[in-house]
Design a protein around this ligand. Sequence first.
Ligand code: ATP
Length: 214
Amino acid sequence: MLDVIDYHKAYGDFVAVDSLSFGVEGGQIVGLLGPNGAGKTTTMRAIAGIIPPTRGQLKVDGFEITADPVGAKKRLAYVPDDPRLFETLTVWEHLQFIATAYEVPDLDVYGQVLLEKFELTEKRDTLAQELSRGMRQKVAICCAYLHRPRLLLLDEPLTGLDPRGIRTMKQSLVEQAALGNAVVISSHLLSLVEGLCTHLLIVNRGKKLFLGSP
Ligand code: ATP
């Protein structure tokens, strides 16, 4: 589902990601682990097509992100560590916006299912600017799931969630993997993602240190 081949990112002389290669298959949940500045966000943003690579190939379900960004982006969802919402739209309007952009046919049913799962039904008509940090995170996740992406890229998705929210989030990721989708989840903390991930990719200073089972 995801092939990262010799991905390299340099800012001037500084190498943020150094010749990184790895693959993720459908059904796998990969924990991308490493300390601050390791290159996790840079890698996720490159896969999502937000920052161009200096070198290398990033393929989502066979679609290369720079050569065929539309094909690749249709198949993925990226949730940054600081989810940016449209402050003057309600929760439901966010889902309507995504449903329109991705031509989701069953917003009324699936959107409601997602809101219930993440305990947002009562906040359906609340403006984003009136939501708590954890609720904002959950809205971003609902938006990510709505178009049924084959690849989910989640940057620190458990930050800001209460224990119940963490449990719901983890369960939902296991469900995504059971559907055959691929998940990449970044974290600083092994303790937060162990028991969830089928594989771990550990990076430091832009280099791969380890890829394998927990
Ligand atoms: P954190 O856990 O703190 O979020 P990270 O593993 O996600 O860290 P990145 O955000 O990918 O790390 O950053 C990797 C390195 O690239 C860091 O040293 C960072 O300073 C550098 N970097 C990131 N973006 C830029 C940029 N636009 N210009 C220059 N250097 C950058």
